[in-house]
Design a protein around this ligand. Sequence first.
Ligand SMILES: Nc1ncnc2c1ncn2[C@@H]1O[C@H](COP(=O)(O)OP(=O)(O)OP(=O)(O)O)[C@@H](O)[C@H]1O
Ligand SMILES: Nc1ncnc2c1ncn2[C@@H]1O[C@H](COP(=O)(O)OP(=O)(O)OP(=O)(O)O)[C@@H](O)[C@H]1O
Ligand SMILES: [Mg+2]
Ligand SMILES: [Mg+2]
Lengths: 162, 162, 165, 165
Amino acid sequence: MVERFKKSFQEIAEAFKESFSKLFDGGEASLFLTEPEDLLNTGVDIEAKPPGKGLKHMNLLSGGEKALTAIALLFAFLKIKPSPFCVLDEIDAALDEVNVNHFSNYLREFAKHTQFVVISHRQGTIENSDSLFGVTMDKKSGITKMVSVRLQDPNQAVAMRS
Amino acid sequence: MVERFKKSFQEIAEAFKESFSKLFDGGEASLFLTEPEDLLNTGVDIEAKPPGKGLKHMNLLSGGEKALTAIALLFAFLKIKPSPFCVLDEIDAALDEVNVNHFSNYLREFAKHTQFVVISHRQGTIENSDSLFGVTMDKKSGITKMVSVRLQDPNQAVAMRS
Amino acid sequence: MFLKKFELHGFKSFADKTALEFNDGISTIVGPNGSGKSNISDAMMWVMGEQRIKTLRGARVEDVIFSGSDTHKPLGMAAVSITMDNQEGILSLPYEEVTITRKAYRSGESEFYINKNSCRLKDIQMLFHDTGIGRDSFAMIGQGRVDEIITAKPEDRRAMIEELA
Amino acid sequence: MFLKKFELHGFKSFADKTALEFNDGISTIVGPNGSGKSNISDAMMWVMGEQRIKTLRGARVEDVIFSGSDTHKPLGMAAVSITMDNQEGILSLPYEEVTITRKAYRSGESEFYINKNSCRLKDIQMLFHDTGIGRDSFAMIGQGRVDEIITAKPEDRRAMIEELA
Ligand SMILES: Nc1ncnc2c1ncn2[C@@H]1O[C@H](COP(=O)(O)OP(=O)(O)OP(=O)(O)O)[C@@H](O)[C@H]1O
Ligand SMILES: Nc1ncnc2c1ncn2[C@@H]1O[C@H](COP(=O)(O)OP(=O)(O)OP(=O)(O)O)[C@@H](O)[C@H]1O
Ligand SMILES: [Mg+2]
Ligand SMILES: [Mg+2]
């Protein structure tokens, strides 16, 4: 049990270092054990160093840096244990335009092994999808309807053949 | 004391009803006293009814509906007691394009009595500003620098004469 | 290819029977605020065995059933089905295609089905155990919750890594 | 017109002396993730008397002082000044223009000034009391915190309304 945890920890820490510097275009991040001599009970902590900055604890990162670091860890998990499908609800909300594109390009790399269902308002994410589902709420009825959406102009949803 | 609270409550409840249906383009919202017969200790609760939907408690609203309802309450406070200035850090992050425009147009109405400092990534909010401040982080140094930004193309920040 | 089809009827704002056919790769759901996008992700967690009503953003069990609107009466039942391609045998069942169905009635009763055979909630939860999807998986990230995996306590993060071992 | 000028030096990522001249109406701060936008709003709360280090997103008091980078050494002091137009007498002081300055040293010492006259933190906090701005005001909404005014407990919401009475 302990051996398996140690091996899995090392693999994820390695994958996290890689996905972090890919998403941040540089910088370094690491997972470390809070009590390395007690593998049975130790916790796992995180430190991140965005490019050019000092090493930071999670609370000192900005809103967008935190979200991007969390996405890097998620991708590290997916790399070590690809899950058949994954649902992401507006995980790009705090990102600026450049980071939305970093995220959606990197997502593309993982879409070979994992199927993604993504909910988003951001152009960069929408443009990088394979298929789009439009939902709308009929103002009078309070009922959700599905609409078909053309990839070129996602904001112009048209009524789907129901 | 109790009389003043009651009067202030009624004014804010009135202002909230108005700002809610202005931001949601319809619907109703209300503030109500949890124990109306005990004015000294009563709490204040909120219910909101987006256009066409049933009356909802705050937890049942969507992410964007919650943010827009909170903005409506903020504007109700500002209407009753205009504060000299107000700092809003990405309060539009959860809103879709239509609601970002509702928010920024309504903000314009309050800017006559209150000075606003708004932090945002959203186009609708940026375009509706009177002046823009650009910040950037020099990748090597980890130090914030101010840059001048032209209103027409806010994403193209250029280096400010320091 | 894993998730093939997803059907909702009476679940939250989906009063009408609605079906989504999924393809491989990245499917993105778009739409205005309050239109029902997060309700789809809630429905996915629910059909895969999620019981915690708070995670489903409700207060009472019946909050998952369509509660009416200006023009429609509340419904008495919510039903969600998820159809998955199982050719790689990810789910330990002898079928190439697996459909899980969950129903809840206003009376408080619930029904569960695997490929139209009635079963218990426990059977569904066991089915997804160890596959990396399902209720507690890191692969289901609700709205506004992306930061939780990095602001979690060190011992909770350890538990996540243990699950992957 | 209220807020005229805002100056930071050594506060968080503002290692260089930086000044922002504000105008009337709506001023919007834009920039990439992690560039220092929220640090400006933290600095505004700090100079107006905010003491709770958690609200300023730090862990220790010295987290407000520039802590260094790949190319720059940590600084020993953070200083923030806010200059306000007081022609309408919103601040009960006999000046038409008021500048508040707050300094913090790595040694743990602090200094406070109102129009270059040394004062205590309490004087600054009292100055903003009842004006609708300052530390606890509903008019300072930090990143990700907009929902708090509606998800607060009913008694906390009452306290907010009482303050406006
Ligand atoms: N004491 C300090 N010294 C140096 N840098 C600091 C200090 N405190 C915070 N920082 C850094 O300041 C950076 C900017 O943070 P800030 O939260 O202002 O970004 P932001 O522009 O609001 O970004 P976002 O759009 O992601 O919200 C962070 O990377 C953080 O690590
Ligand atoms: N049991 C129910 N019956 C009817 N409507 C419901 C029920 N539960 C939730 N709703 C409604 O469903 C609506 C949509 O919610 P949802 O959270 O899916 O929106 P969303 O598309 O994710 O929006 P956002 O972009 O703001 O996050 C809400 O207005 C909510 O009141
Ligand atoms: Mg949502
Ligand atoms: Mg920020």
